[in-house]
Design a protein around this ligand. Structure first.
Ligand SMILES: [Zn+2]
Length: 145
């Protein structure tokens, strides 16, 4: 279940000139669990669709009390959808006002945290299952490959 959802449009920072849709919200799942997320549904040129996610979580480090942000990138490759944990440096959310007090995790930091990657992919799967527009954006016009 998704709560507090907001969507807005921005111009793609890559210079392609396309508008893209941003979505923020809270995913409620399991036994009283919550996940705050951001998603950027981007399309460069005519058919190069991909989505950047930021998932917000509590501090992962004893010496840094800031909440942490995990970045997931997902894109179409023909009829397949690829999903990767990425360095947050690559994310369009890196400069977001909403996240500026948080610590952006690198791929390595996520991979070296026990259960970190699994948590990130579980969140992604839950979000894809609960938010039809997000996955639908990647899968529409699936015959172009
Ligand atoms: Zn672009």
């Amino acid at each position: 279940m998704i709560e507090n959802e907001e969507t807005w449009k921005s111009i793609c920072p890559c210079g392609c000139g396309n508008e893209y849709t941003s979505i923020s919200g809270t995913l409620k799942y399991g036994n009283d669990s919550e996940l705050d997320f951001l998603a950027a549904l981007m399309m460069h040129g005519e058919r190069n669709k991909h989505i950047w996610f930021s998932f917000m979580t509590g501090s992962w480090f004893e010496d840094d009390a800031r909440d942490c942000v995990i970045t997931i990138h997902t894109w179409r490759d023909g009829d397949n959808v690829n999903t990767n944990v990425e360095d947050a440096e690559e994310s369009p959310w890196k400069k977001s006002e909403l996240l500026k007090k948080m610590r952006f995790l690198s791929r390595d930091e996520v991979a070296s945290q026990e259960g970190g990657k699994e948590w990130a992919y579980d969140c992604y799967d839950l979000l894809a299952a609960n938010h039809k527009d997000i996955y639908g954006f990647l899968l529409e016009d699936k015959d172009f490959a």
